[in-house]
Design a protein around this ligand. Structure first.
Ligand SMILES: [Zn+2]
Length: 411
């Protein structure tokens, strides 16, 4: 039977999941009414657990357990509580509520930690409202740059305007972490993939968060009549794009651990009786090894050029995103793996194919992550699900990790 803190965590995931801006599906974006209700609910639960609770102007929340040495660098545990549109209930909230359950478990056992633990709930990680991610965690590092502050929502309002006019200013605290304030950042999250399910494991550690390159590729040919232009003299941009996309898939399959996706394509003029003049498509390329990622990028662009030249097409591309991989801290990950092994009997790490707030916190402190199995690898979907047993395992790993931190040397 699961303990009262684990039971409470399961109930809280459902309760938080019922808070939405839309009655037909789940959605909570930065400073929306539901996002603020979720923040207030989290604050309430943190207060009930005896934590010192604050919120920031962007609606992120923090609960502090001071421990026996409140001046020592703090261990940060957290995740986000905003969602994508038509989201599941676990992506984000599981990390916050598991951390709270772990703290409640230690309190029940009468264990006092020799350093403070801060439980963080970020009001925005998904970036739905402003099409820019990590607003909550960047805010807590004082690193919201000009470009992010100038990003606009669908009404044309900039983030800085929205923070000034809609921000949760009532009793807001400015939270700004420096490296010396913190001993590490640990986030528990659903895996968002099917590997743990295939391995039949409830949870694992994480070695790195992948680097990502996103390109916009533009292939230009010649629009012509579909009926009167013989096949040998056509310069069909879409047929060229199709060959490039299959070539990208082939190269990515040859490169271990790489994933490459074309998720968007647009053609012009886009008529059934016209040969496409232009084809514009996205490439999303991810790999945990930066050199491998860049090598693969150069390889496929070289082959794209070759394909375009052979077909009499012109090729151009723009780099939309080029983010290096974020390794998890080796020492912290070994400690997490000790706890994973003690709880599950296995010692496995995965690479995260998605970004998480740890990417931002890695700028100032060692980061580590715990992944919990989710059904069919599904996330960003209402059917997203992690079983109560696996959630309990995740919480037990966190509890073990915290207990172990009581005895391991500071620093
Ligand atoms: Zn998430």
């Amino acid at each position: 039977m699961s303990s009262p803190p684990i039971q409470r965590a399961l109930e809280r995931i459902d309760l938080l999941g019922s808070i939405s801006d839309n009655s037909n599906f789940r959605v909570r974006t930065l400073l929306s009414p539901a996002n603020r209700r979720a923040a207030a609910t989290l604050k309430d639960w943190m207060e009930k657990a005896g934590l010192i609770v604050e919120h920031t102007i962007d609606g992120s929340v923090r609960g502090i357990l001071p421990g026996s040495n409140p001046e020592a660098p703090a261990l940060l545990l957290g995740s986000h509580f905003d969602t994508v549109i038509d989201a599941g209930a676990y992506d984000g909230p599981l990390g916050i509520l598991s951390a709270l359950a772990a703290i409640e478990t230690l309190q029940e056992e009468g264990i006092e930690l020799p350093f403070p633990v801060h439980i963080l709930g970020f009001s925005d990680e998904e970036g739905v409202r402003f099409h820019t991610t990590y607003i909550g965690s960047l805010g807590m590092l004082g690193q919201l740059d000009k470009a992010r502050k100038a990003a606009t929502d669908k009404d044309g309002n900039s983030l800085s305007f929205v923070l000034a006019t809609e921000g949760w200013s009532n009793d807001a605290s400015e939270i700004c972490y420096q490296a010396e304030d913190v001993r590490g950042y640990v986030e528990l999250h659903i895996e968002q993939g099917r590997v743990l399910e295939e391995l039949q494991l409830p949870a694992c550690g994480v070695s790195a968060l992948v680097g990502q390159t996103r390109l916009k590729v533009i292939i230009e040919g010649q629009a012509d009549h579909a009926g009167t232009t013989p096949m040998p003299i056509r310069r069909d941009a879409l047929a060229g794009a199709a060959e490039c996309i299959v070539e990208l898939e082939r190269l990515a399959k040859e490169c271990e651990s790489a994933v490459a996706t074309v998720g968007q394509i647009e053609i012009h003029p886009g008529a059934a009786n016209a040969i496409p003049q232009t084809a514009t498509f996205s490439v999303d390329l991810r790999h945990a090894d930066n050199e491998e990622r860049l090598r693969l990028k150069n390889d496929f662009l070289k082959n794209f050029k070759f394909i375009a030249a052979r077909r009499g097409l012109t090729l151009n591309w723009q780099t939309i995103l080029n983010d290096d991989a974020t390794p998890c801290d080796t020492r912290l990950t070994e400690q997490i793996l000790d706890s994973v092994e003690a709880t599950t009997g296995h010692r496995t790490t995965l690479v995260s194919g998605a970004g998480h707030d740890g990417v931002i916190f890695s700028r100032i402190t060692p980061i580590g992550m715990i992944f919990v199995r989710c059904r069919d690898g599904l996330s960003h979907h209402p059917d997203e699900y992690a079983s109560p047993e696996d959630i309990a395992t995740g919480i037990e790993i966190l509890v073990h990790f915290l207990r172990q931190q009581c005895t391991s040397q500071d620093g």
